[in-house]
Design a protein around this ligand. Sequence first.
Ligand code: PLP
Length: 427
Amino acid sequence: MTVRQALERAEQRYAASNSASERRYRDATAVLPGGNTRTSLHYSPFPVTFASGEDQFLTDLDGHRYVDLLGEYSAGLYGHSDAAVLAAVRRALDEGLSYGGPNRYEAGLAQEIVRRFPSVELLRFTNSGTEANLFAIGTARAVTGRGTVLVFEGGYHGGVLSFRGATPLNTPYPYVVCDYNDVPGTLAAIEQHRDDLAAVILEPMLGGAGAVPATAGFVRAIRDATTRHGVVLIVDEVMTSRLAPGGLQEVFGVVPDLTTFGKYLGAGFSFGAFGGASRLMARFDPGVPGHLSHPGTFNNNTVTMAAGLAGLRDVFTPSATRALNARGDRLRDRLNALFAEAGVAMQATGLGSILSLHFQTGPITRSRDIDPAPEKRALLHLELMLRGFYIARRGYLALPLPVTDADVDAFADAVRDVATTHHRLLR
Ligand code: PLP
């Protein structure tokens, strides 16, 4: 049997057991292109539609229950019904919506973030990580008076800041694209473009491209060179800030000029933030003549602010952060051990609670190293869904807090079962 044939069989079983989701999907295609309003949620033959979530579980329209290991691409850190988050949301709802003025939560959430990330002295909220990165880049261009932005192949900073393949919708800045983890190449590009280089924007681990961590040497070399040439270093911690109490910048011992945030910090609601050194961020003080302007209707929406504050202050404490990421490290080690035992050419990459499964052995240090293996990814994804585990089609997982050791054990057993069943196709 070929991978294609195995995939076709899995698709048939999947379609046969998801008729309500398939109907919902077909109806949606009449009004949403491809039935979809968020590209990353599409997969073949059609995605299941969820009806509800509770703790670490999701239930779809056909009544299947999944352990949610995708964790909303890292934004669903708190799971689907954290008591402290829900209480804060209910209270905010009871206090009324849409004030059109400051509320009692926004400075508290800002304080919690400043406490956790010492490089962030002042910050501002946005509605998404994309927006946070757009404003961070705009800030760098405004304060330096330069135009060019250095990015990395495979980097993802939002729907209009994507450096994974052809991206005609990207913001039309002059970009210089370097290889991830390539120290000499990146330093040479910074030197070459230093007169017009406004910013380097860096994910300290490539997230969407496949959970590829930076080396500490790479991040530190970029910090040194950007400091030397007055280039603003923007570290995009939209995904990675959950990997240690002070994010990956703490792990790498690097102080960026600006950091961007998003995802889980809104505790389930639309969120983004950009912040950093007060010499840059104080430019947004609207009481100062000539300030930079940053409006945004829902920048301080009460539900996001209240939920985010309760989550970061009361739930995702530094010790909870360490425990969750240790669980992710154990899972990664266990998966890599079982791939070796089963004799399949697979590996789990990433750091802490964010993992990505790949269909190759050998080191992966940049996005170009990754074998896309679309049919194998699809086969694994559907086989795991049929066994009650929800991960991303691309093989990405971000463990939510309510996931237990028993869930992780059951997931590792399911992966072993798939690897054994399809051993001949995956070796
Ligand atoms: N930056 C990184 C590293 C991300 O992973 C993402 C989203 O996946 C973004 C930025 C964009 O965030 P949002 O989807 O909230 O616009």
